[in-house]
Design a protein around this ligand. Structure first.
Ligand SMILES: Cc1ncc(COP(=O)(O)O)c(C=O)c1O
Length: 400
């Protein structure tokens, strides 16, 4: 760890926190004329009107006071009904806590579980904030890399089992995955759950991209498998969710946790000392998004599917570049053979092609030859990005 700050009294673990490499990239390229930014995890579609209008109305109606720490009861009820509906497994509102974003939910989770020296087995590649959240609590994230083969990304259960030691407090699984798009199937979920039960560790499931899966029948309801479908309420399971990605609400900072029912009051106490609750007018937008958002979710998925096709087609014939078609989420995690410094390479791509990608090294070990591209954008924007990227990558990819 590089120590970046030496102010007296600062906790060493906090002093050592680095800007994520995604942020470093944004800092490098931001403000360049004509740059196409595909480096962060959000699209170019604003939040749908029905959610914005609900928020407007809530403010005008005076919903501007402190609210319930666990969230509006009607939103918790609606979330429980929504999860029960999409996952076909009854989820009680007692298990639901509204959080100030998915990230906020992750921080509440690690605050509840992680003591200094505890380990968390984290399936990687993974969004870097997960690792940092564990580290900030004094915990040690232990990467468990997915294997990439001809049939896509795969979780090696023996490898996961081997990563669980006497100090392991939890296993962290993000599916659909940022950045790989790997989407765990039900058999693997059952096996992971079995392992967590056997070893007596918590299972933290980050399911913020649940509604973005590409093998769903066209026109049908797309839903990734959830650990809620295979677990019982008594399992030591925490499911992290968010309105950010599926409903295009990244700026609203609205998410929710689904937990063991006895954990809800504990999380509630932590909400009290973190944020003291999520603004009611924001929650009202979430409520309406759940009630009216299905057509928007379908349109969002189709937009991402189109984006995915454009990117996969655009990269198909670029020498030295390979990419496993993502099964879910909205990223392509491409590999450029021979690259040894993904941050330097991504910066050079900005200079050469004026397209911003995230460096693979942000997402864990073994990713120095990778770049992440977010394809939740308009077809025109992605077509132009690929027109620039394909020749640049072909020219810049190191030759064997
Ligand atoms: C895997 C994963 N989990 C959680 C989050 C947090 O989402 P938010 O804090 O916007 O709700 C993100 C955002 O990029 C993510 O990719």
């Amino acid at each position: 760890m590089t120590v970046l700050h030496d102010l007296p009294g600062l906790r060493p673990v906090v002093a050592a926190l680095e800007e994520t490499r995604i942020v470093q990239m944004v800092q490098y390229g931001i403000g360049r004329q004509g740059l196409i930014p595909l480096w962060v995890g959000e699209g170019d579609v604003p939040t749908p009107d029905f959610a914005r209008e609900a928020c407007d109305k809530a403010i005008r109606d005076g919903r501007v006071f402190y609210g319930r720490q666990r969230g509006l009861p009607e939103l918790r009820e609606e979330l429980a009904a929504y999860m029960s509906r999409i996952h076909g497994a009854a989820v009680d509102a007692d298990r639901v806590t509204v959080t100030t974003s998915g990230m906020g939910g992750i921080m509440l989770t690690v605050q509840a579980l992680i003591e200094p020296g505890d380990e968390v087995a984290v399936v990687t590649p993974v969004w870097p904030n997960i690792m940092s959240a564990v580290a900030v609590m004094g915990g040690r994230p232990v990467p468990v890399p997915l294997a990439e083969g001809n049939d896509g990304w795969r979780l090696d259960l023996d490898r996961l089992a081997a990563a669980i030691g006497p100090r392991t407090k939890a296993v962290f699984v993000n599916s659909p995955s940022n950045p790989t798009g790997w989407t765990i199937d039900r058999d693997a979920m059952r096996a992971v759950l079995r392992l967590a039960r056997e070893r007596g560790v918590w299972l933290i499931a980050d399911e913020v991209y649940t509604r973005l899966v590409y093998d769903a029948p066209l026109g049908g309801r797309a839903v990734a498998p959830s650990f809620l479908e295979v677990a019982t309420p008594d399992d030591r399971l925490i499911v992290v969710n968010s309105f950010s990605k599926n409903w295009a609400m990244t700026g609203w900072r609205l998410g929710w946790l689904t937990t063991h029912p006895e954990l809800s009051p504990v999380i509630e106490k932590l909400v009290q000392i973190n944020t003291s609750g999520t603004p009611e007018f924001v929650q009202m937008a979430g409520l309406v998004a759940l009630r009216e958002g299905e057509p928007f979710l379908a349109a969002m998925l189709e937009r991402c599917r189109r984006g995915r096709d454009i990117v996969l087609r655009g990269l198909a014939d670029v020498p030295g570049v390979t990419v496993t078609p993502p099964a879910g989420a909205f990223y392509a995690f491409l590999r450029v053979a021979g690259v040894t410094d993904s941050l330097a390479f991504a910066k050079a791509l900005v200079d050469r092609a004026n397209v911003g990608l995230a460096p693979g090294s942000a997402f864990g070990p073994g990713c120095e030859d990778r770049l992440r591209l977010c394809f939740a954008s308009s077809a025109e924007r992605l077509e132009e990005a690929m027109r620039r990227l394909a020749p640049a990558l072909a020219e810049m990819a190191p030759r064997a």
